[in-house]
Design a protein around this ligand. Structure first.
Ligand SMILES: [Zn+2]
Length: 440
């Protein structure tokens, strides 16, 4: 097994003691961190040594909700009049874009986004995929992109009735079983659902039967916009979480995304079922939606995470958006500072602990060697008391110099080491006009 030694780093361990170690080193064997500290030169002999030159070294970041398939939406204007509400935005843009993707488009859109993620210091992505024209085997294409870049991923296919009833059920089942049957721990599977507003009773029954038997957890949008709440009440006479409970969807492995229109009862149910809630503030702002009650969720003891929801692959900017969003909403300059940072650094890690076998998100022996070296050089003291300020106001704008994922150096000096980004970008640029032309 190959070994790696990172020396002379300003380590932000995020361990139980929240240690900061100046001039610290990390010893990695294979995909595992073996030891960290300020050990003397020569303590460990490694195949390769990286001198961090006093730069900030921290665990790789985790994206708790992404849509890698959305990559080629950049710059695209859907035909017809502009969407005036959330549902029109889904119908005019996202449901047309995902239907226009072929198998290779699925691979390349994922590849490009995962490369961007790696360059932004992200090493694990929990993705929510849709490609109705080529759903069968589509998660294998997304997985291929993860393996080509080297990041860890948790994948699912978003089942809905919007094209064909129950589309994607078999893909979730197949992929979850494939991950289960494999000794490989890089990839994991969940059971994906779009949202209650696109899922009929028969489909939900099937999903619940298969998903609960597999016990991989569900990954589903919930109460993102009022329309989801309204359709669920009008059609079924149920509030969102009550309807999910009818099908035993909530639970410790289940991720509900957004929860913008969750009230006290929903928060109680999230807590009592130990379900997870992931917010994506930039996405909510982009769609002109209301603000999720994140601070109330935390007070209720809910595990709240943060994801980018296809808006970008940059996590620190997302935590910064969450912080600013909540302060604006509450008109209170005392809230959401440490909360936004802890949601990104600690809660996203807790979410992964429920979905993956390997622990990550900490610089400590026995953890996955997901490590980033940032080009950030602080000009004010950096320690446990000041770190969150550096994270939101400094690191959010700093280049990631080195990204190590699963013990392998995949980004060095800001560039992908083993992939030709220019060539991949050029191939994507060729494909995208054909995708856009398929959208009527
Ligand atoms: Zn989403």
């Amino acid at each position: 097994m190959s070994s790696l030694l990172i020396t002379n780093g300003h380590l932000v361990t995020l361990d139980k003691e929240d240690r900061f170690i100046q001039g610290g080193s990390i010893y990695v064997v294979g995909d595992q961190i073996m030891d960290i500290g300020d050990f003397a030169p020569g303590t460990y002999q490694a195949d390769r040594t990286i001198d961090a030159h006093g730069k900030l070294v921290m665990p790789g970041l985790i994206n708790a909700h992404h849509h890698l398939y959305s990559t080629f939406a950049r710059g695209f204007t859907p035909p017809g009049p502009p969407a005036t509400n959330f549902e029109e935005n889904l119908r005019n843009l996202w449901w047309k874009l995902d239907a226009a993707l072929d198998t290779d488009d699925v691979y390349f859109s994922a590849l490009l986004a995962i490369m961007h993620a790696a360059r932004a210091g992200c090493t694990t992505i929990i993705d929510h995929h849709a490609s109705p024209s080529c759903w069968e085997g589509s998660l294998d294409q997304v997985e291929r992109a993860f393996r080509d870049v080297g990041l860890s991923g948790c994948l699912c296919y978003e089942v809905s009735d919007r094209n064909v009833a129950g589309e994607g059920i078999e893909e979730n089942e197949r992929y979850i079983r494939k991950c289960r049957d494999s000794d490989d721990k890089q990839m994991a599977g969940m059971f994906g659902l779009h949202a209650l507003m696109t899922l009929g009773t028969r489909t939900l029954d099937r999903c619940a039967d298969i998903g609960n038997a597999l016990d991989a957890g569900f990954h589903v949008h919930a109460a993102e916009d009022e329309i989801d709440v309204k359709i669920t009440m009008d059609r079924y006479g149920r509030r969102i979480m009550d309807r999910f409970l009818d099908f035993a969807i909530p639970g410790p492995k289940t991720i509900f995304v957004h929860g913008v229109h969750f009230g006290r009862r929903e928060l109680d149910l999230l807590h009592s079922t130990d379900s997870m809630l992931v917010n994506a503030p930039e996405s909510n702002m982009n769609n002109g939606l209301s603000v999720a009650p994140i601070l109330d969720m935390l007070k209720h003891g809910v595990t709240v995470g943060v994801g980018t929801d296809g808006m970008s692959s940059h996590l620190i900017s997302q935590a910064r958006a969450m912080y600013l969003h909540q302060r604006t909403y509450h008109r209170d300059p005392t809230v959401a500072f440490s909360e936004a940072c802890e949601i990104l650094l600690k809660n996203n890690r807790s979410i992964c602990d429920r979905l993956f076998e390997e622990p990550r998100g900490v610089l400590a022996g026995g953890h996955l060697a997901d490590i980033i070296v940032s080009d950030y050089v602080p000009f004010t003291p950096l320690n446990a008391e000041t770190f969150y300020g550096h994270l939101l106001f400094g690191l959010s704008f700093a280049r990631v110099h080195t990204t190590i994922a699963r013990g392998r150096v995949i980004v060095e000096d800001g560039q992908l080491v083993h992939l030709d980004e220019d060539e991949i970008r050029a191939r994507c640029a060729e494909r995208v006009p054909r995708i856009w032309n398929r959208i009527k």
